[in-house]
Write a protein that binds this ligand. Structure first.
Ligand code: FAD
Length: 508
């Protein structure tokens, strides 16, 4: 159990917003406790489309501030984490019955020029009859455009922010729920419960930041008992994963007749990721699943474009997340703003509560800066913003340096397969050396759990990345859940049951 009971900041929620704020605040000298009721990135922040993007379609809703901020931010983030994010080209086939070609060209012109593009190549027109990206499409698609955005491993982004926050002094408690909080004179009293042991305890804090994502309103009303007029609109988005549908590394963005768009993205070498839907969600956000209707919507949507029909039988995995959008009374889930809104309340200048609504993975770092600006009056010695030029753990190499890193790693560990080396570089960057440590042979990598997962990596994940269960390892620290058999997963689960709990006990 942690002996410190007074913190400058208690952050509720270990999604991208909570972890991004924890990192920024710890780096500015605040004492920070972050509590996540489950695993880090357990909710929305592992269920995104995994793009650092400006959001081409938000231009249609005149959300220029959001799009500009996000476009500029793409390259800031790319530089800070060249291991877990990389540039991606998107192919937009022109569809005669939908938006006219001039409109697409204008939108893409704005997208190219609204902000900060130095690394990413610009838009170009494509002849889909001759270009290889036209090959998987129906013959009616003759013209298209290609533009840039970036890919990011969303759940690893969350974990690396938490890890960096801890390196800078923050305390990160996973599987610890904020049960309730109330004001007592000049401080917050916060009641916590370790969900794995059932133990309860109390800490005090000067400020609370509520980053509960889809639970932000539940925390305001049921746990802190505040009055608030702000609402959150819960919008479910689902993705499906199929076996690889095309053989190149570019993604597709397909316009739909309902005005929405669907992405088809190369995923984990052998798969295609297709998403997303936009459906108002009722009930507990943790119960969000991809319904048969959503599968039908997504498969039909991409089948409009691909020469080969995609059917429900082709789906090997689905995942769903709930967008915690600020409720701006938009008529449809698609139109609701994706921008973030921060609302601060205090009592006689003390005990501030900052509630975070909405946001995007892409703008998490800017959101963290905005959150710290909101509370700076309460901390006169707060440090200056610093995160724009600081790499995340393992990201201290050039944007185009992953190939060089893989070659060097391979030379240092000649027994490791190319597949393992590349996977480790894309997950851990320069920390891949720390993951492999002093291993001299494959045997030194420890127990083999299946595919290319060995004990050494799992130990690293337990010791440095808060992994406690097989699911944490297979679906959030990696996507090896797509590779391991049921028996292999059961073997890892059994092993983690002892090791994960041991680590929780040692950490408390
Ligand atoms: C389908 C979909 C696709 C998306 N695609 C993109 C994209 O491509 N690019 C992009 O930039 N953005 C995208 N987004 C948006 C982005 O994913 C979200 O804005 C972001 O993940 C929200 O993060 P968060 O930290 O606010 O919420 P969450 O990640 O949901 O985190 C909130 C956390 O709070 C915890 N919590 C709740 N109550 C308590 C409590 N009482 N005590 C302790 N912990 C608690 C929860 O367990 C949860 O882990 C997408 C969203 C969806 C749904």
């Amino acid at each position: 159990m942690s002996t410190q009971t007074l913190y400058d900041l208690v952050i509720i929620g270990g999604g991208i917003n909570g972890c991004g704020i924890a990192r920024d605040a710890a780096g500015r000298g605040l004492s920070v406790l972050l509590c996540e009721k489950d695993d880090l990135a357990h909710a929305t922040s592992s269920a995104s489309t995994k793009l650092f993007h400006g959001g081409l379609r938000y231009l249609e809703y005149y959300q220029f501030r959001l799009v500009r901020e996000a476009l500029i931010e793409r390259e800031v983030l790319l530089r800070a984490m060249p291991h877990i994010s990389w540039p991606m080209r998107f192919v937009l086939p022109h569809h005669g019955g939908l938006r006219p070609s001039w409109m697409l060209r204008l939108g893409l012109f704005l997208y190219d020029h609204l902000g900060g593009r130095k690394i990413l190549p610009p838009t170009q027109a494509l002849n889909l009859r001759t270009h290889k990206v036209g090959a998987p499409l129906k013959e009616i698609y003759r013209k298209g455009f290609e533009y840039s955005d970036c890919w990011v491993e969303d759940s690893r982004l969350v974990v690396l922010n938490a890890r960096d926050a801890e390196i800078r002094g923050a305390t990160i408690k996973t599987r610890t729920r904020v049960e309730s909080a109330h004001r007592d004179n000049d401080l917050w009293i916060v009641n916590l419960k370790e969900t794995w042991s059932g133990e309860t305890y109390q800490v005090t804090a000067k400020v609370i930041i509520n980053c509960g994502g889809p639970w932000v309103s539940e925390i305001i009303h049921d746990r802190i008992h505040e009055h608030s007029s702000e609402g959150v609109r819960l919008v479910r988005g689902s993705h499906i994963v199929t076996k690889k549908l095309f053989d190149h590394d570019k993604s597709y963005i397909f316009q739909q007749s309902d005005g929405r768009i669907i992405f088809a993205i190369p995923y984990e070498d052998d798969f295609t990721l297709i998403g997303t839907t936009d459906v108002d969600h009722t009930g507990d956000p943790k119960d969000a699943v991809c319904t048969p209707k959503e599968i039908e919507y997504l498969t039909a949507g991409v089948s409009e474009y691909f020469a080969t029909t995609v059917a429900a039988d082709d789906v090997v995995w689905t995942f769903s997340g709930v967008r915690p959008l600020y409720d701006d009374n938009a008529s449809s889930a698609t139109e609701a703003t994706r921008d973030y809104v921060l609302k601060l309340r205090d009592k006689n200048g003390k005990t501030p509560l900052l509630n975070v609504f909405g946001g995007k993975i892409t703008t998490y770092r800017k959101l963290a800066e905005a959150a710290l600006s909101k509370i700076e009056d309460y901390f006169p010695s707060l440090g200056k913003s610093w995160t724009a030029n600081q790499a995340l753990p393992g990201g201290d190499f050039p944007v185009d340096g992953a190939g060089r890193l893989a070659l060097d790693l391979s030379a240092a560990y000649p027994f490791a397969s190319d597949r393992l080396i590349i996977r480790l570089v894309k997950a851990y960057g320069t920390d891949a050396y720390n993951v492999l440590g002093d291993a001299k042979t494959e045997k030194d990598l420890g127990q083999h759990f299946g595919w290319d997962l060995y004990g050494r990596e799992v130990h690293w994940l337990i010791d440095n990345e808060y992994a406690r269960t097989a699911e944490d390892v297979l679906w959030r620290r990696s996507k090896l859940g797509l590779r391991l058999s049921e028996d292999e997963i059961a073997g890892l689960e059994h092993w983690m049951r002892t090791k994960g709990i041991e680590r929780l006990e040692n950490a408390s």
